[in-house]
Design a protein around this ligand. Structure first.
Ligand code: AMP
Length: 293
């Protein structure tokens, strides 16, 4: 269901809880879906909430978590300047008919007296985004596992916007036998093609114009793949699109669904990341090699 059909005025305010103990046990016979966020909610997050609602149906429970996880931030400045828009976030959740907003404090998630035990993402966590941001995926997987244990959902919805994160969460779910179904939601873009991100508010008008080279680079790469180019050549065409506006990407890489690099045949994903005007931006898109989609 879209934002427009689930009008804010027709939904009660979500119940806000700050600890797992305040969150009621899942009601027997009603399924529960969770959408994990760091707040500063936008239409991309709203889409995840609508996918969560579709998974559990009108009588199910949708829980949105809002927690800016310090464990996944490498840079103190990035953490300190991460946007916070609590009232607007609640309005987005209400408009989507969310039942619970779980907003724990840092000390609730990481009590100082509890020893720090972290999830190791393995080799998949060391490449691409993991190489640019050492320790990032360890922080992400740790908080995702904790939130799954605290919320006890049947479904957890994640965006394809953070594609490597989605693949790693699916891998963790399989590797650690987590009793949850991971659901993927497509990338939601702004009117000009830029993938929505909470960090976009930090872009100056000039940086925002330059940032449009990211979705353009994905489109160029997709056309190159359709034209029969190799993964290497596809990456070169994406790189050229970025270089044309002076962007030096952190990486432009193609992976198959198991996250092996540079596939020669079958469906794959091109991932692009760059700092534009000091803001870390990600984008990705489906590509296919060896003919057909
Ligand atoms: P964040 O609050 O940025 O950590 O993101 C929380 C969830 O929303 C993650 O599963 C993201 O992949 C997802 N998400 C963020 N932006 C978008 C977008 N533009 N389209 C789809 N999903 C998104």
């Amino acid at each position: 269901m879209s934002e427009t059909t689930r009008d804010r005025s027709t939904h009660p305010t979500p119940r806000v809880v700050h600890s797992a103990a305040q969150l009621p046990d899942p009601t027997p016979g009603r399924e529960r879906a969770v959408v994990m966020t760091m707040g500063a909610l936008h239409r991309g997050h709203a889409e995840l909430m609508s996918v969560a609602r579709a998974a559990v149906g009108p009588d199910g429970e949708v829980v949105v978590t809002i927690f800016v996880n310090p464990l996944q931030f490498g840079s103190v400045a990035d953490l300190a300047t991460y946007p916070e828009t609590w009232e607007a976030d609640l309005a987005v959740c209400q408009a989507q008919g969310v039942d619970y907003v779980f907003a724990p404090a840092v000390t609730t998630m990481y009590p100082p007296e509890v020893p720090e035990i972290l999830v190791d993402p393995g080799p998949l966590g060391q490449v691409a985004e993991g190489e640019v941001r050492p320790g990032h995926f360890r922080g992400v997987l740790t908080v995702v596992l904790k939130l799954i244990n605290m919320v006890r959902p049947d479904y957890a919805v994640f965006g394809e916007k953070d594609y490597q994160q989605l693949v790693l969460i699916q891998a963790m779910t399989a590797a650690l036998n987590l009793p949850v179904v991971i659901v993927a939601a497509p990338i939601v873009r702004d009117h000009d093609g830029l993938a929505l991100s909470s960090r976009n508010v930090r872009l100056s008008p000039e940086a925002r114009a330059a940032a449009l080279a990211l979705p353009r680079s994905i489109a160029v790469a997709q056309r190159a793949a359709v034209a029969g180019q190799t993964a290497d050549a596809v990456c070169r065409s994406a790189n050229a699109e970025l270089a044309a506006v002076g962007i030096t990407p952190d990486y432009v890489s193609v992976y198959d669904p198991q996250f092996n690099p540079n596939p020669v045949a079958g469906p794959a994903r091109i991932l692009v990341a760059a700092y534009v005007g000091g803001v870390h931006l990600l984008d990705n898109g489906a590509v296919s090699f060896g003919g057909g989609l």
